[in-house]
Design a protein around this ligand. Structure first.
Ligand SMILES: Cc1cc2nc3c(=O)[nH]c(=O)nc-3n(C[C@H](O)[C@H](O)[C@H](O)COP(=O)(O)OP(=O)(O)OC[C@H]3O[C@@H](n4cnc5c(N)ncnc54)[C@H](O)[C@@H]3O)c2cc1C
Length: 386
């Protein structure tokens, strides 16, 4: 079996890459997914928040371009991502107001509608909020949320129409290397050969890359969301990240509320990690959310979901050609891959097909970790948690 490109992993990142690669005529693309798309990785668990606000220009640009893509493809090709532009707020404490203003400046340059609220003005539009300890709020009317699992399937279905070869139940077990070049993958099904292998297999990629001589700084974090129900249906009018208490939340279409739990490192074998949520961590998440929206203290907890994502030391992904020819990396999305995945797919496809090299991608290369403490992403405009 011979292909031009093999994509390993059918979560949102692999699916978006496959969609954009197959848009180019004459490229023979295979995607192998060890499970059933969208797989049982982070994409199927994700909170799905969509926002442009970040603390560096490159990621703002990737999020902005992704937002445009979600909107354009929905409109022009009727692709369903479950995107719901209910708005997104980033809430910061007084010491970070200057940083927030700086970050919004670039969003303004991108011509993204954004409003900065004082706590007083914000309380006029958010009747359930407690504005204690808030310095400022940045509000994006086009932010909100999407459905990551649906988005991934939508990209894959369209990619199939464009000629993608999809192999389900097919695990890339080993990279095939010949004369210092990656020439394909050994799978449980067959050996498959290609000019280029793109690894988009999240935290599992550690297994696949351990045969390489260079180190990829990737670690796994346990993340999760809990669900709650309150009789006040309009408590949350849109999606929020509250940096003052390291929490995020949004309404669900069925009236429930989704709240993020605290993430934690996990170093055990990733194949044996438990996906069970515990009542005390759900309670703790609800407690933090109810500090901002006090009526939530009476909400009923209705379970939750646990998932895992791969993180890098500066909490931004690794995207780019690796040190070995024939191997491209798109991993380490550090709890924020959904909102940037469309642009990542588009830019990678453009780079690999030789059409264009997007300037912003240069910041995401693996080589940046040669100086761990000084990567592009550690800006002076960061916040306490995000
Ligand atoms: C609880 C939670 C909440 C989140 N909330 C948000 C949010 O609000 N907004 C946001 O932007 N992001 C959020 N994220 C992060 C985002 O969901 C992830 O960054 C993103 O889904 C990662 O996508 P992926 O395709 O890289 O990985 P995955 O979705 O994990 O996909 C990797 C796929 O590769 C397959 N695979 C692995 N190894 C192999 C192999 N050897 N061969 C073949 N297939 C293989 C797996 O089966 C899997 O399907 C959240 C994540 C979690 C867990």
């Amino acid at each position: 079996m011979n292909y031009d490109v093999i994509v390993v992993g059918g979560g949102i990142v692999g699916a978006s890459i496959a969609f954009y690669l197959t848009k180019t005529k004459g490229i023979n693309v295979l995607l192998c997914e060890k499970g059933k798309p969208p797989g049982d990785g982070a994409t199927s668990i994700s909170g799905g928040l969509i926002r442009v606000h970040h603390t560096n220009k490159a990621n703002q640009y990737l999020s902005f371009r992704s937002l445009q893509i979600y909107r354009e493809l929905m409109k022009n090709r009727k692709m369903d991502f479950g995107y719901n532009p209910i708005g997104f707020s980033l809430i910061v404490s007084p010491e970070y107001v200057k940083n927030l203003n700086n970050n919004v400046q670039y969003m303004n340059k991108l011509k993204l509608p954004t409003i900065i609220y004082s706590p007083q003005d914000y309380s006029l539009r958010e009747k359930f909020i407690n504005v204690e300890n808030i310095g400022a709020i940045s509000y994006e009317p086009l932010g909100g949320y999407g459905d990551p699992a649906k988005s991934s399937i939508t990209f894959l279905n369209e990619a199939l129409k464009q000629g993608l070869n999809l192999m389900e139940g097919t695990e890339a077990e080993k990279l095939l290397i010949k004369k210092d070049k990656v020439v394909g993958v050994k799978t449980n099904f067959a050996n498959i050969y290609s000019k280029q292998v793109i690894i988009a297999s999240n935290f599992w990629s550690k297994k696949l890359t351990k045969q390489l001589e260079f180190n990829i700084p990737l670690y796994t974090k346990r993340l999760g969301v809990v669900f709650a129900h309150t009789h006040n249906y309009n408590v949350l009018s849109h999606s929020y990240i509250d940096d003052t208490s390291d929490t995020y939340m949004r309404p669900l279409p069925d009236g429930r509320i989704l709240i993020g739990i605290k993430s934690s490192d996990c170093n055990t074998n990733i194949d044996h990690l438990s996906k069970k949520i515990h009542y005390n961590e759900a309670e703790e998440a609800l407690f933090r959310a109810s500090k901002r929206f006090p009526v939530l203290s009476k909400a009923k907890l209705l379970g939750g979901r646990i998932g895992f994502d791969s993180y890098t030391p500066d909490q931004y992904p690794i995207i780019g050609q690796s040190e070995i020819e024939g191997l491209y990396l798109s991993i380490g999305f550090s709890g924020g891959g959904y909102k940037i995945a469309p642009a990542v797919g588009e830019f990678i496809a453009e780079e690999i097909t030789g059409n264009k090299k997007t300037n912003e991608l240069k910041y995401y290369g693996l080589e940046r970790f040669k100086d761990y403490n000084n990567t592009y992403f550690q800006t002076s405009n960061m916040y306490k948690y995000m």
